[in-house]
Design a protein around this ligand. Structure first.
Ligand code: SF4
Length: 328
């Protein structure tokens, strides 16, 4: 049984203009000790899906259907006490902006100690809490842990703040770490260091990770399997090497072609058009307004998931050979 299994998840947001239908029945899973990546343009629902797993969706969100199974139990229907145990001991999440994740008016020590206390079932002495904090800061490759603990967030660089967030997340991430673009707010060399550090940590701890990243060049060396999201749907999935070497969905092909290359091949054209409005998304394939291969059927029906090669799936009518598509 996978560690996490998301089934037909539908999430919207109530806004002044109406209901934004963001997640449109997404399905994915994460095995134990597996590294899974999610890629896609901004505003395609990646963060919403992760916040649903952590049950931290905004107040105006609407759960319209679906399940998130953890060890066979639906997270979305657990009572607060049951889920709090998971958040204290099993799952944790790192956010894109390391500054926003830390409270500016408290030292790292005060914030870190609170997290350790909150996640522990047993009464811990101050020395025990301190020892744990130092140990985790060292795991996050932060030298001089004492100085870090005495600092306020503004006294640390962006890369250091993100390492502190990683160390704090490790207090409870004993089974799953979700990293939502953990390096995007940092410069490229620091982003690379952060991703390498995360890889080392999850492999040493033998835990699972879901990594969301725009850095396609880096993510392809990091994760075992990848999901490609577009406008609240999963359009392609499979082993990372297969998806990058042989992308099947037109969106994935255009997304990979959009990555600027340092080999003098000119500036990529990008993907024409924009992500459709979630107020009134297309009825059939959500990529239909931008797809160079769009057909009549794409406007009328939602494409099922087709197995295009072993363990590699694409939701696109180009792979319909007269049979119904299969669910992954
Ligand atoms: Fe393009 Fe149709 Fe495939 Fe959607 S289903 S990606 S519109 S060809």
């Amino acid at each position: 049984m996978p560690l996490i299994q998301v089934k037909d998840l539908r999430v919207g947001y109530n806004v002044y203009e109406g209901l934004l239908k963001v997640l449109d029945g997404i399905n994915f899973f994460v095995e134990r000790k597996e590294k899974v990546g999610i890629i896609g343009e901004s505003a395609c629902g990646k963060t919403t899906a992760m916040k649903a797993i952590m049950r931290i969706l905004a107040k105006n969100s609407v759960l319209m259907g679906g399940k998130i199974l953890y060890d066979g139990n639906d997270i979305l229907r657990m009572n607060d006490t049951q889920f709090t145990e998971i958040r204290r001991k099993k799952f944790s999440m790192i956010f894109q902006d390391p500054s926003a994740a830390l409270n500016p008016v408290f030292t790292i020590r005060q914030q870190f100690y609170d997290i350790i206390r909150y996640s522990s079932n047993q009464r811990m002495t101050k020395d025990m809490i301190h020892e744990r904090a130092v140990e985790l800061l060292k795991q996050a490759a932060l030298p001089e842990p004492e100085r870090i603990l005495d600092s306020y967030p503004f006294q640390l660089s962006g890369g250091m703040k993100q390492r502190v967030n990683i160390a704090m997340a490790l207090v409870s991430a004993n089974e799953l770490l979700i990293a939502d673009e953990p390096g995007t707010a940092l410069d490229v060399t620091i982003e690379d260091q952060i991703l390498r550090l995360l890889k080392k940590i999850v492999e040493e701890r033998r835990i699972s990770i879901i990594l969301i990243s725009h850095a396609l060049g880096t993510i392809k060396h990091f994760v075992d399997r990848i999901y490609v999201m577009y406008a609240g749907t999963i359009v392609e999935s499979g082993p990372t090497e297969k998806v990058f070497k042989n992308p099947k969905h037109p969106y994935t092909q255009l997304l990979i072609d959009s990555v600027p290359k340092l080999t003098g091949e000119g500036v990529p054209e990008g993907i024409p058009g924009i992500v459709p409005s979630y107020l009134n998304p297309p009825h059939g394939c959500r990529f239909v307004t931008r797809c160079p291969y769009a057909m009549q059927v794409c406007k009328e029906k939602v494409p099922p998931s087709y197995e295009v090669e072993q363990l590699h799936y694409a939701s696109c009518f180009l792979y319909d050979n007269g049979e119904n598509g299969k669910d992954e």
